[in-house]
Design a protein around this ligand. Structure first.
Ligand SMILES: Cc1ncc(COP(=O)(O)O)c(C=O)c1O
Length: 334
C-alpha cells in the first residue's frame, strides 16, 4: 500500500480544486476545474513537491550528504531539490545547462537563495551531457569521501511517482462525481503522468487522462511512462494493468523544450485574465494550449467535467519577461 512507503512531509495537502467558470465559458466547456498543485506550499510549489517527499525519505534513510540534480537553467526540479536539501542540512550540487544567462532570475535566483552550488554548461542542455557532468561531479565527491545521491533529469523516479497518486485521490474526493472526468496535464520526464495514470486506476477508474508533451514525442512518452509504471507496480506489488493504448498524449503543442509558442503564451494570458491563475510558457501554458485546441477539435468532450492539473512552475514565468513585455500598457507620467 502506498501509505506504507516512507515519506517526509514538505507540502500542504489537499491542494485546492478550483472551479474555473470564466475560462470554461470562453472555451465552451460545461465545467473546468484547476487542481492547484502550484499551491503545494513548499519552496514555490508544484507537483514535484509530492514526488520529492518519497525520494527524500530514501535519501535520508541512506545517509546521503549531498543531493544532486540537473536540468535547464529554469528547472523547477532543481529549485525544489535545493530547498529540500537545505531543509535537511544536506549539500545541494546542481548541474544546469542552456543559453548563457544575463541575469539570475526565476528559478535560478531561487536556487541561489536556497544555497545550491551550481555548475553551468553553456549552450548545452542535452540530457546525456547534463547527466554525464553530474556523474563526473558525483565521482569527484565520492573520492573526497562524500555520499552523493543523483536524481535523474526531470526527477522522474518510480518512487517519486507514487507521490502523484495521492493527487488523484484528492481530486476524486473533491469532485465527488460518478461522471466520466477528463484530466489534462503537462508531460516532461513522464513521472507525473505515470503517477496520475496509476492514481486514476485506483481512485477514478472512470476518468480519461490526457498528457500534453512539452519536450518528447508521444511514442517516447508512452515508452518511458510504461517503464515507470512497471517499476511502480513492482514497488506497490499491485497487479495494475496499464497498456500502451491507455496512454493518451499529444506532442504537437511544443516546438523545442523551453521555447515559447504563440499558443502557449496566449493560454498564459487567457488564464491570467479570466481566472487570475498564473501559468508559465514552458509547462502549464503549453498544456493549457493543448487543452484549448483539443476542445476546439472536439477531441475533448465539452460536456464532461474537465480537470487541468496545474503542476506549478510560476518562477519560470519571470524569466520570460521579453516575451510578455509587448503587452505592457504603461503610461509614464512625470
Ligand atoms: C511545472 C512542471 N510541470 C510539469 C512537469 C513535467 O513533469 P514530469 O517531468 O514528471 O513529466 C515539470 C517537470 O519539470 C514541471 O516542472
Amino acid at each position: 500500500m502506498i501509505e506504507d512507503f516512507p515519506r517526509i512531509h514538505l507540502g500542504m495537502y489537499p491542494t485546492p480544486l478550483q472551479a474555473a467558470p470564466r475560462l470554461a465559458k470562453e472555451l465552451g466547456l460545461a465545467s473546468l476545474f484547476i487542481k492547484r498543485d502550484d499551491l503545494t506550499g513548499f519552496a514555490g510549489g508544484g507537483t514535484k513537491v509530492r514526488k520529492l517527499e518519497y525520494d527524500f525519505a530514501e535519501i535520508l534513510e541512506n545517509n546521503h550528504d549531498v543531493v544532486m540534480a540537473a536540468g535547464g537553467v529554469q528547472s523547477n526540479l532543481v529549485r525544489i531539490v535545493a530547498a529540500a536539501a537545505a531543509m535537511f542540512n544536506l549539500k545541494a550540487k546542481m548541474v544546469l545547462g542552456g543559453p548563457e544567462f544575463t541575469s539570475y532570475d526565476g528559478n535560478l535566483l531561487l536556487d541561489i537563495l536556497f544555497g545550491a552550488e551550481i555548475r553551468f554548461l553553456p549552450n548545452d542542455d542535452a540530457n546525456d551531457h547534463l547527466t554525464a557532468a553530474m556523474t563526473d561531479w558525483a565521482e569527484e565527491l565520492k573520492r573526497s569521501g562524500s555520499r552523493p545521491y543523483m536524481l535523474p533529469i526531470g526527477g522522474s523516479t518510480a518512487l517519486g511517482s507514487l507521490g502523484c497518486i495521492t493527487a488523484v485521490k484528492e481530486i476524486s474526493a473533491q469532485l465527488n462525481t460518478d461522471k466520466k472526468v477528463q484530466i489534462v496535464l503537462p508531460v516532461g520526464s513522464c513521472g507525473t503522468l505515470a503517477g496520475i495514470i496509476l492514481g486514476a486506476r485506483m481512485f477514478m477508474p472512470n476518468s480519461r487522462i490526457v498528457g500534453i508533451s512539452v519536450s518528447r514525442t508521444s511514442a517516447a512518452i508512452t515508452k518511458r511512462t510504461l517503464e515507470i509504471i512497471s517499476e511502480c507496480r513492482t514497488l506497490l506489488n499491485m497487479p495494475l494493468d496499464v497498456q500502451e493504448r491507455d496512454i493518451e498524449t499529444y506532442d504537437r503543442y511544443f516546438t523545442e523544450y523551453g521555447s515559447p509558442t504563440a499558443e502557449g503564451q496566449n493560454a498564459v494570458i487567457q488564464c491570467a485574465r479570466t481566472e487570475g491563475v498564473l501559468l508559465d510558457p514552458v509547462y502549464t501554458g503549453k498544456a493549457m494550449a493543448g487543452l484549448i485546441d483539443l476542445v476546439v477539435k472536439k477531441i475533448l468532450d465539452p460536456d464532461l467535467p474537465t480537470v487541468f492539473i496545474h503542476t506549478g512552475g510560476l518562477p519560470v514565468l519571470f524569466s520570460y519577461e521579453p516575451e510578455f513585455r509587448p503587452l505592457a500598457n504603461v503610461t509614464v507620467k512625470r
